[in-house]
Design a binder for this molecule. Structure first.
Ligand SMILES: Nc1nc2c(ncn2[C@@H]2O[C@H](COP(=O)(O)OP(=O)(O)OP(=O)(O)O)[C@@H](O)[C@H]2O)c(=O)[nH]1
Ligand SMILES: [Mg+2]
Length: 445
């Protein structure tokens, strides 16, 4: 594989995009819309998009992904447009890469959607954890796709391999190993090291989360398609200073801020990485630590750019990803954002029943924010579930929790235990489950 890094320092590289319209395949976006999104991704990565084309296929061609005639056609067009790089809107297999590089020749690089997203992630990651996660995803993606000696990796990654000199230099080559094997081995070693580093960060994060759980402030996470306005909303609500930009994946690293609601309740609000259709699965895996934040929340705020022509498709695609990371059971408020740019919001709500219960806001212009805060408050602090529990004195935290957040109808002190009948916010149900009266009497029968 040739150099995979898209440089933004030099004159903008010229990119030609290639999509595939698969017949009979359920897809989130049409091939044209998906290519438009790919163009945005390419621009975000610092490329200049000079054209695009697509082919209708029933299944990928095993050697060149698209048909060989189409390859020749695209080769001719992209050469005449002086393209530096060709981007496929689908994930390419190692063999596809090999054959396409062969077909397009030395002067044009071939990358795919995943490589492009990984590149943007690499450019946008700020924290150590974010950087580690992206680096791991890049190495894991590249390892099987390594088709020739690949010395740029060491320089590009800026990691250990770079400091130890050029890959495969004198003394680095193992007996009988080819350059390619050396590269592969080095990458495998690097992957092992990255995984253990990430695991350490993950454990630290888990301990932090456990502490937070104990403090019992509800955790609310902003989710949504990339560029929907998640960071803008976090900034609006908490006066945080998260980077906001009209580009894809502006945010990579999670930011958490405390938000005080009227009436004295507080919550922790987290902004995190956005989703996209055809999100590469290994990227989801690499970001598991970050995404665990989401599956551990008490409430999700799902932000939709209602002004986007594919708003409903984006909404569905986010739900798919939430299901993939096992976060689809968490209560969710759908928020239609950017209504300042929308002509008839009621019409849209009527058109899509999925949106009928949504809160409508403009995060940028502070429209509908009070309404949203009321909904959050209701969801977290005012949805009560009747319960009757017998709690041993030694579980004092739980008793004080009931006093603080629950509504007590009746309280009775016995030897070593206290029996409380009343109701608690739905989000706390799991905490009390063990001491639930009904549950207990069933068990002893
Ligand atoms: N007109 C309008 N633009 C908005 C509104 N909210 C956000 N935006 C714009 O939408 C773009 C994306 O906003 P962000 O807050 O960065 O979106 P995000 O969901 O955090 O995006 P990623 O971090 O890239 O996933 C920015 O240009 C914002 O200024 C709104 O209510 N109205
Ligand atoms: Mg953001």
């Amino acid at each position: 594989m040739k150099n995979n890094t898209i440089s933004t320092q030099m004159k903008k590289e010229r990119a030609f995009l290639v999509g595939v319209d698969f017949e009979q395949q359920s897809k989130v976006l049409s091939v044209e819309d998906s290519l438009e999104e790919l163009a945005l991704l390419a621009t975000t990565a610092g490329l200049k998009v000079i054209g695009s084309d697509f082919q209708r296929l029933s299944k990928p061609n095993p050697s060149t992904f698209i048909g060989s005639g189409k390859v020749q056609e695209i080769k001719a067009v992209s050469e005449s447009l002086h393209a530096d790089i060709i981007i496929f809107d689908e994930e390419l297999s190692p063999r596809h890469f090999r054959e396409l590089e062969e077909a397009f020749g030395q002067n044009i690089r071939v990358i795919d959607r995943t490589t492009l997203i990984l590149d943007i992630f690499a450019q946008h990651a700020q924290t150590r954890e974010g950087k580690l996660q992206v680096e791991l995803a890049q190495y894991e993606y590249l390892l099987p796709r390594l088709t020739r000696a690949w010395t740029h990796l060491a320089r590009q990654a800026g990691g250990g391999a770079g400091r130890s000199g050029s890959v495969g230099g004198v003394g680095l080559r193992g007996p009988g190993e080819t350059q390619l094997e050396v590269d592969r081995r080095k990458i495998r070693e690097k992957i092992t090291r990255l995984k253990s580093d990430i695991e350490k960060v993950r454990q630290h994060r888990q301990r932090y989360r456990a502490n937070r759980k104990r403090s019992l402030i509800p955790v609310v996470t902003l989710v949504g398609y990339t560029n929907a306005g998640k960071s803008t909303l976090l900034n609006n609500l908490t006066h945080a200073d998260v980077y906001v930009a009209d580009q894809l994946f502006a945010t990579l690293d999670p930011t958490t801020r405390r938000l005080e609601l009227a009436g004295g309740n507080a919550l922790l609000l987290t902004d995190t990485v956005g989703f996209i259709q055809k999100l590469p699965t290994n990227l989801v895996a690499a970001f598991r630590a970050t995404l665990e934040e989401i599956s551990d929340s008490d409430l999700l705020l799902h932000i939709v750019d209602v002004n986007h022509p594919n708003a409903i498709q984006q909404w569905r695609s986010v739900l798919d990803t939430l299901q993939e990371i096992e976060a689809d059971h968490i209560p969710m408020i759908t928020i239609l954002n950017k209504i300042d740019k929308t002509e008839d919001i009621e019409e849209i709500k009527k058109q899509y029943p999925e949106f009928s219960n949504a809160v409508t806001i403009s995060a940028k212009n502070s429209i509908g924010i009070d309404q949203l805060l009321l909904r959050i408050k209701r969801e977290l602090f005012e949805t009560f579930i009747p319960i009757s529990v017998t709690i041993p004195y030694k579980n004092g935290t739980l008793i004080s929790l009931f006093h603080e957040f629950g509504k007590i109808d009746h309280i009775e002190n016995n030897v070593g235990t206290v029996k409380i009948t009343g109701s608690i916010p739905g989000r706390l149900l799991a905490e009390f489950e063990k001491f639930n009266q009904q549950q207990k009497s069933r068990d002893t029968e």
